[in-house]
Design a protein around this ligand. Structure first.
Ligand code: 13P
Ligand code: SF4
Length: 347
């Protein structure tokens, strides 16, 4: 009886820890995280955090995953670049990456000897799935001598076929440093247009030869969405991820990575922000800046949301084969070079 009561008290305490962060954070478009949600999550976060210690695992969670993961069990939260850096620096035996497949695959490329797990299994990404390594090689044969950059949202095969990997946080700076007046950029056609515009603005124009697809979340936003927010909330600051269309980005006050947007909000004394990005980042901002208001046309990445407390626990305790990341070593050798080049150029 006493033991049961003690256990219940521990769960209650954990639920209180979660509720402190999650109250006020949107769970869906219409509802906020409730006390009952935190109470239901608490036994899982307790178990995951216990297994994490026992197995010497580190949990990295992309900002687009749900806040129970981000604030309940993650050791580090962030964008693709921040988490790739954390994966690189980690001394843990196991890296559990709550994100999509290409992110966990990147962590494995950087840490070939570590066990890398992904709760969501082979969670895709419309960008990473838009292009194969062979398509990049064909493009390069058509443009010999042109440096090829790949966005980190790409497969290991695509990274292996390119010279330098970039993320939304360093794409403009790295492209600017590249020699020549032409660049190949894959696989985000919309980011390619933003890149060409930004390089022109910086006075270092380059022709961008682009191929690939677009992000199914960010390509939905339209210039009229920005205009509508500006009309409804005079003085609003509007921020967009560079995966949005150029016509949207041109109407915004800030265009940058997930980390860039968080830093912008942190530094800005204004109180209301229009966010042209994914729901999870809005959740992070709601949790970390409760005195500010965030509005946006709803956009959710269903791939990121495949990560949950249940499959995180499952992956830690006894992973399914699709939750364990492996990369063919021949591909990995080349792909690693383009990632290491990115770290070198971002110093
Ligand atoms: P970040 O690099 O900004 O995290 O973006 C990754 C992503 O998938 C955006 O849709
Ligand atoms: Fe890919 Fe878009 Fe999801 Fe990011 S938000 S992981 S780019 S599908």
């Amino acid at each position: 009886m006493l033991k049961t009561l003690e256990k219940e008290a521990v769960v209650m305490q954990e639920a209180q820890r979660l509720y402190k962060v999650l109250q006020g954070v949107s769970k869906t478009k219409a509802e906020k995280w409730a006390w009952e949600d935190c109470l239901a999550a608490a036994p899982y976060t307790l178990a995951i955090n216990r297994f994490k210690k026992e197995k010497n695992a580190v949990i990295l969670a992309h900002s687009y995953t749900t806040p129970d993961l981000v604030y309940g069990v993650a050791d580090f939260r962030g964008d693709s670049y921040e988490l790739a850096l954390k994966a690189r620096e980690s001394s843990a035996d196991i890296i559990l990456f709550a994100g999509v497949w290409f992110m966990a695959q990147t962590a494995k490329l950087i840490n070939p000897s570590k066990r890398v797990l992904i709760p969501a299994g082979k969670a895709g990404c419309t960008l990473a799935d838009s292009m194969t390594g062979e398509q990049v090689r064909q493009l390069r044969r058509a443009h010999p001598g042109v440096t090829a950059l790949c966005y980190i949202n790409s497969t290991a095969e695509v990274k292996a076929a390119c010279d330098v990997c970039v993320t939304s946080g360093n794409v403009f700076d790295i492209a600017q440093k590249m020699p020549g007046d032409e660049l190949i950029f894959v696989p985000d056609m919309l980011m390619a247009e933003n890149l060409e515009n930004e390089l022109k603005k910086r006075g270092t124009p380059k022709k961008i030869i682009a191929s690939g697809g677009s992000c199914c979340v960010h390509d939905k936003y339209r210039p009229s969405d920005v205009q509508m927010l500006r009309a409804k909330y005079p003085g609003i600051r509007v921020l967009a991820h560079p995966e949005c269309a150029a016509e949207v980005c041109q109407l915004c006050d800030y265009v940058g990575s997930t980390k860039g947007m968080v830093s912008y909000v942190a530094a800005c004394t204004d109180k209301i922000f229009g966010m042209f990005t994914e729901f999870g980042l809005v959740n992070r901002l709601e949790a970390e800046y409760p005195d500010k208001t965030f509005v946006w046309p709803f956009g959710v990445c269903s791939y990121m949301k495949k990560n949950s407390l249940i499959n995180t626990l499952e992956a830690l305790v006894d992973p399914r084969p699709d939750q364990v990341v492996e990369v063919n070593e021949n591909v990995a050798v080349q792909a690693r070079k383009s990632i290491e080049k990115m770290f070198e150029l971002t110093k």
